[in-house]
Design a protein around this ligand. Sequence first.
Ligand code: NI
Length: 256
Amino acid sequence: MFDTHSHLFEDEFNNDRELCIKRAKDKMVKKCMLVGYSHEANLKAYNLTKQDPSFFYNSAGIHPSEVSVNLDNDMKMLEEFIDEHKVYAIGEIGLDYHYGKDDKEIQKEYFVAQMKLAEKYMLPVIIHSRDAIEDTYNILKMFPNVKGIMHCYSSSWEMAKEFIKLGYYIALGGVVTFKNAKNAKEVAKNIAIDKLLIETDCPYLAPTPYRGQRNETAYIYYTCEEIAKIRNEDFSYIDEQTSKNARKIFNVEDER
Ligand code: NI
């Protein structure tokens, strides 16, 4: 499996990070994308990737909950980081109107500026969108040359089809294992297998049977298992196909 969205560099894992990595590998996780969200997190993701480059990849970006009045300075710093450090994607970026009702316009400016960076560096984007699906769609549509991932997708299957038309992959996480996750289950059932990715978003959103606890990359096993059950397909088929899709979007197709 390829965990396309992990924050294993977070402090939550300071006491047992090596064990978490071992457990992930023991549970058949082959690759793991460490997703940045702030200048500090981008560097942490990069440093952990350097420690185990055959297992990890890393991204860099400014999350919508991390925006400030310093757009120009933040973009300058981010671009310098990308120039000096290998990154495989721009993210996570996007819009979060759940936590940020009052700074929608600033969030949009950061989002657009980072989409421009992705276009310039020809990198895929990892999109965070919460309570902002229409505005997210309208901004992604402005950048036909940029492709990427709708991370932790939980909006409707109808909207998912629109993002797929724009060239985006849909990533499902632990939420799909929750009994009441109607949208995620519907997406899992209906999506073409070549558009589907799996992720943990650890330490957040642990799947059943660990719901409410700290999530970790090894638990992606339960998400893959649930999707296989919903689609009535083999676990190994979901594993192989979603891993192949992940290698394709991150441009690491030669790496196994
Ligand atoms: Ni995340």
